[in-house]
Design a protein around this ligand. Structure first.
Ligand SMILES: [Zn+2]
Length: 193
């Protein structure tokens, strides 16, 4: 699995130009059909996506190319999940957050629980990303809790990415930087961070 740009035409041209690297061996990825269609929930509305599948020319492994709008094993858009995390750090409980976003309460509770469990791992990883993107960056100050510190590191890293590569949605950048693992049990983040 690889997180790619959300615009299909950009992904196609990146594949044609050999610009996408295999997450296993860094070999060049080539087009290899499509993965099954799926619905990405963007708040109360759904968008049907049919992700590209690609095969590595070196190790022959196949990978699904997921849009940076989503996260691995999550049916909801990353910006919605990010809004829930930011609202939690601001002091709201999961029920009012869920009502505000139009998402089931149990779903929101699941995101918040996973992010909180992984807060220290995420804080450390995104801090490394931020420093790699902006070597001039000063130390990140404690934000008051493990979850707040993790959110701060995610935000600072995404802003550093935007400063370097141009305007983009901060949560889409966070999805891409995490390799889709922002709300997951895996720590197999992309190597560059
Ligand atoms: Zn490979």
């Amino acid at each position: 699995m690889l997180i790619v740009c959300t615009v299909p035409a950009v992904v196609e041209s990146e594949l044609r130009a050999g610009l996408l690297a295999c997450p296993s061996c860094r070999g060049v990825l080539a087009r290899w059909g499509y993965a099954r269609a799926r619905v990405l929930r963007c708040g109360p509305v759904g968008r049907v996506l049919r992700p590209r599948r690609a095969r590595c020319r070196a190790c022959l492994g196949t990978h699904v190319l997921l849009s940076e709008q989503g996260l691995l094993r999550r049916r909801d858009e990353v910006a919605v999940i990010g809004a829930a995390i930011a609202a939690r750090v601001a002091g709201l409980g999961y029920r009012p957050i869920a009502r505000g976003l139009g998402v089931p309460a149990d779903t929101v509770r699941g995101w918040l629980r996973r992010f909180a469990q992984r807060a220290e791992v995420l804080r450390a990883y995104f801090t490394r990303c931020a420093v790699a993107l902006d070597p001039e960056l000063g130390p990140l100050l404690p934000a008051g809790s493990g979850v707040a510190d993790a959110l701060e590191a995610v935000t600072v890293a995404a802003r550093a990415w935007v400063l370097r590569f141009g305007p983009a949605d901060l949560w889409w950048v966070a999805s891409r930087l995490s390799g889709g693992l922002l709300c997951n049990t895996s720590s197999l983040f992309p190597r560059w961070g």
